[in-house]
Design a protein around this ligand. Structure first.
Ligand code: C2E
Ligand code: MG
Ligand code: MG
Ligand code: MG
Length: 292
């Protein structure tokens, strides 16, 4: 059947067979039910300053699937984007975060800002801003407790709706963070013009720091330096090794998010962490270089 589509289409067709593995089909089918049955769960990964003081956390969604076990967002977010459930899923994430923030406030617990990942599809959608406004109002949450993470390429999309929605979100008081910075094509000038609040330096750049890669060291230190000059907060993502942390500290990076301080943790663990207020880097031990 594929062959009938002709040579060029055949390529597209076989790609789509490739994507539609059995698991993916199953996940796509089960997603709606999963939302209704509360199978999604938020994990929280702390963002700490150079002294290990907890500043905030990123909310990362997990799917506790009855048959497939814990499914990572890398597997199901692209599917949710395809079948449009990303909108309901994102609303669920925002509402879950706000409901926890409200709970912590009511219990007079220390409340830390939470970062939420937002797909460009959500930013393009009519009613997205209203939805956020409504959730913030329902839970009486101040917008400054929410950081929205978008990828560089979202910012670059030549889409009026995205541009105006981002402006409105900023006006509402939400912070905008650029996720995986350095993997796309945006310039710091563009990021400055857009008044982005936070840059999250992609873990790719951190990888070689521990091995004295001079080029990566130069990139990281100049990005930190430029961001500071533009008054943009900088978070280093994917910090796994003590040497990376030492380098970032020496370069006066603002915040760190990575396994060295903590993996993403379930709600109860995050609550304990907030209570303590700070984390220590894992032991200064030799960690064998991972095979790539
Ligand atoms: P991201 O936003 O860049 O999130 C960071 C990812 O890096 C997380 O993977 C986190 O577990 C991982 N990570 C953090 N520290 C380290 C480290 O030291 N070493 C290594 N190797 N990895 C580290 P996770 O949780 O699997 O999430 C993957 C991606 O899925 C996220 O990348 C984000 O783009 C997306 N995602 C997660 N939750 C949501 C959500 O609620 N909505 C949307 N739209 N996307 C989400
Ligand atoms: Mg993120
Ligand atoms: Mg990232
Ligand atoms: Mg990523």
């Amino acid at each position: 059947r594929a062959k009938k589509l002709g040579k060029n289409n055949y390529q597209i067709f076989s790609d789509s067979i490739d994507i539609s593995s059995y698991k993916q089909l199953a996940l796509e089918n089960d997603m709606r039910k999963a939302l209704e049955q509360n199978q999604f769960e938020l994990y929280y990964q702390p963002q700490v300053n150079m002294e290990g003081r907890i500043h905030s956390a990123e909310a990362l969604v997990r799917w506790n699937h009855p048959d497939w076990g814990t499914v990572s967002p890398g597997e199901f977010i692209p599917l949710a984007e395809e079948n449009h459930l990303i909108h309901d899923l994102t609303s669920w994430v925002i509402e879950e975060v706000c409901s926890q923030l409200k709970k912590w406030k009511t219990m007079e617990k220390p409340v830390k800002p939470i970062a939420i990942n937002v797909s460009p599809l959500c930013l393009m959608r009519n009613g997205f801003i209203e939805k956020i406004k409504q959730i913030l109002a329902d839970y009486e949450i101040s917008a400054h407790l929410i950081q929205l993470e978008i990828t560089e390429n979202t910012l670059l999309k030549d889409n009026e709706k995205i541009q105006s929605n981002l402006k409105m979100l900023k006006q509402l008081g939400l912070a905008i963070a650029i996720d995986d910075f350095g993997t796309g094509y945006s310039s710091l000038k563009y990021i400055h013009d857009f008044q982005v609040d936070i840059l999250k330096l992609d873990k790719l750049f951190l990888k070689e720091l521990a091995h004295d890669n001079e080029k990566d060291k130069a990139i990281v230190s100049s990005v930190i330096h430029l961001a500071k000059g533009l008054n943009i907060k900088i978070i280093a993502e994917g910090v796994e090794r003590y040497e990376q942390y030492q380098f970032l500290k020496q370069k006066d990076c603002d915040l760190i998010q990575g396994f060295l301080f903590s993996k993403p943790v379930p709600l109860e663990t995050w609550e304990e962490m907030m209570e303590t207020g700070y984390l220590k880097p894992k032991k200064k031990m030799y960690m064998p270089r991972r095979k790539e």
